[in-house]
Write a protein that binds this ligand. Structure first.
Ligand SMILES: NC(=O)c1ccc[n+]([C@@H]2O[C@H](COP(=O)([O-])OP(=O)(O)OC[C@H]3O[C@@H](n4cnc5c(N)ncnc54)[C@H](OP(=O)(O)O)[C@@H]3O)[C@@H](O)[C@H]2O)c1
Length: 311
């Protein structure tokens, strides 16, 4: 089978599309024929070696984490899923390898794909929606009438966060580029702020929750924006944020790891049409490397990059 992989951490030039042996599912794992996989900033952060402490030193390493496809084999101990099921999910951060014809994942990190979604839509929503769900629902328990600030409300995570906040009945202020104003309003953001003209003095003590998806705010800026019992949520860790969030405080780090609750929560929201993906581009596997490298260089995705290995 074909898989995008690399033999050492480093520049985009390390990426290659290789012919490799199909991976065998181990205990508790399934093998999925990948119909669609989506690119995330973590793909190139990991390839550059920025997360070595988590990702280890075993090579070759595949690229890509979230996927949607059809279960093609199950390992011992797998009980919930069976061959032929249409699923969506994420690989473990160590394993990766979703930009491939087949991928192996832990059964617990995979859910049934809602029939209302295409494989491309499901892949495009997975990590970003799980991250937003873990932040706003699992951690903040965002409620109707509360106020939330979402930095980067038109990014992958920010867009899912805005939709989840709207679904929970919260009042949303979101920051994005000035050109995204109408799109953000259409998503349910009540007040849209151009992040290049953001004046924090206008937003003191206004929010129950600040969700900094863009990694644009310091902990002290978030603290100033929060009401007395508010909390801030962070997904782009810096040494200062790691330290500040480890101490008991109202600032918290959040991760996109799936839980049974987040997988079923996002699947139900997809099915009800409350979480809608924005797909920017769909490419076949043979164009995955050039498309991912272009996204890494340009940033500013206008919707998710989806890789469709069967195209
Ligand atoms: N901890 C975790 O488990 C986890 C999970 C998922 C993602 N992440 C991290 O979270 C970050 C966001 O991920 P993503 O998938 O949403 O990325 P993305 O799709 O690239 O979106 C980033 C968004 O941030 C906006 N932005 C840039 N600078 C900003 C600023 N100063 N203020 C407000 N918005 C700004 C960008 O807008 P323009 O394009 O208009 O500039 C873009 O819409 C990445 O660093 C990713 O690695 C972490």
């Amino acid at each position: 089978m074909k898989r995008v992989q690399y033999l050492r951490y480093g520049a985009p030039e390390e990426l290659r599309l290789d012919e490799v042996k199909q991976p065998d599912p181990e205990r508790g794992q399934i093998r999925v024929q990948v119909r669609a996989a989506a690119a995330n900033p973590m793909d190139w952060k990991i390839r550059r070696g920025e997360m070595k402490a988590l990702t280890g030193f075993r090579f070759p390493r595949g690229l890509g984490h979230d996927f949607a496809g059809v279960v093609e084999a199950v390992g011992p101990g797998v009980e919930r899923l069976k061959v032929g099921d249409e699923v969506f999910g994420v690989t473990s951060i160590r394993q990766a390898g979703a930009f491939a014809e087949y991928v192996v994942a832990d059964e617990k990190n995979v859910g049934f794909k809602p029939s209302s979604l295409s494989f491309e839509q499901a892949a495009a929503l997975t990590i970003v929606s799980l991250t937003a769900w873990n932040a706003l629902v699992a951690k903040a328990r965002l409620r109707a009438g509360q106020s939330v600030f979402i930095s980067g409300c038109l990014g992958g995570v920010g867009r899912s966060a805005a939709q989840i906040a709207k679904m929970r009945g919260a009042n949303i202020v979101g920051s994005c580029s000035a050109s995204g104003r109408e799109e953000a309003l259409a998503l349910g953001v009540g007040e849209v702020v151009d992040y290049r003209a953001f004046d924090i003095a206008l937003y003191q003590r206004r929010f129950d929750v600040v969700f900094d998806t863009a990694g644009a705010l310091s902990l002290s800026q978030c603290g100033a924006m929060l009401k007395r019992r508010g909390m801030s949520l962070h997904i782009v860790p810096t040494p200062a944020k790691l330290f500040g969030c480890l101490l008991p405080s109202r600032h918290h780090l959040v991760f996109g790891n799936p839980t049974p609750q987040s997988i079923s929560g996002v699947a139900e929201a997809f099915d009800r049409g409350q979480l809608v993906p924005a797909i920017g581009r769909i490419v076949p596997l043979c164009e995955a490397i050039s498309a991912v490298v272009e996204l890494e260089r340009t940033g500013s995705p206008k919707g998710k990059l989806v890789i469709a290995p069967m195209q």
